[in-house]
Design a protein around this ligand. Sequence first.
Ligand code: PLP
Length: 374
Amino acid sequence: MTAQFNTFIPPVRTLMGPGPSDVDPRILNALSRPTLGHLDPAFIGLMDEVKTLLQFAFQTDNQLTMPVSAPGSAGMESVFVNLLEPGDKVIVCQNGVFGGRMQQNVQRCGATAVMVQDTWGQQTDLQKVEEALKANPDAKAVAFVHAETSTGVRNDAKAISELAKRYDCLSIVDAVTSLGGIELDVDGWQIDAIYSGTQKCLSCVPGLSPVSFSHAAVEVIKARKTPVQSWFLDMDLVMGYWGQGGKRAYHHTAPVNSLYALHESLRILHNEGLQPAWQRHDEMHQTLKSGLENIGLEFVVDEAYRLPQLNMVSIPDGVNDAEVRGQLLSEFGLEIGAGLGELAGKVWRIGLMGYGSNMKNVDYCVSALTSVLK
Ligand code: PLP
């Protein structure tokens, strides 16, 4: 029998989970434009603009700023494999899933991860970070997650980076969920290495990871005694394609159409402005919060460090997690996120990211949950 395969038409969904978030139709439209050769002068012009727009989004003058051609986890890996060598020591702050992924990256580089652990749902404790810095004067870097997607906690990126500098360490920041959603100032906060993802508050298609390295981080890379163990993520080689030092040589075939999409998403952010985008995320969060509290749902994270783009609420007693999420998906086409790790079955995570952070989504989510929970 000959198998039949039909064109895949995705069902209509509203994506209000931890990411990917709803992609702006203008970005999908950009994605579908004809593919160019990846060394075509017209495409190279677009790459230059993507770099400039990323410098704007990160608020940095860092020359080594560009998107890695792979998802957020590859951005994470690129930072660790380029900065670390066997025998190095890194202080890793963990208060959720993604700090744990950083730890694994550090260890796979042959380095030691000194863990600063905090309860999931609470902020990284600055005093503990300082104690770890004092106890480990040989530490090379402090690594932490700015917006912990698994809990909805905002860690104090400015204060942790300042602490790292005071103790002569590099700061390594996960901005996968923060970029475009909350304040982030790479140069102002003296961040040395940062990576993000395109599928959260940039509302772009998944699969790219913007990264940026400070001058100090580049000097550390230049002074390496051992080659970067990953050929694909070796920044020296990647930058040969992204035009560092005027070079433009084949490294890998860029995801040409995804870069059209990223360019459009950054253009949209640029047109809106960073402050207005952060403010919109905050306002939508406040409206969602009132709506959810009106139907008896309780937020887990303290208001002082709650992320507007990732709202974590407790699942009420006696309510079946999977059934509710299943019903939201089948009856309303609405995706919200389950709890991760130790929070599985205990919480829901409701995303209000980028293009999806709008009144229509807020109202839709509150009315769908009202209907399903009654
Ligand atoms: N870091 C954080 C904070 C994340 O939320 C995610 C994904 O959700 C990642 C890293 C990994 O990104 P990706 O799934 O694009 O590899």
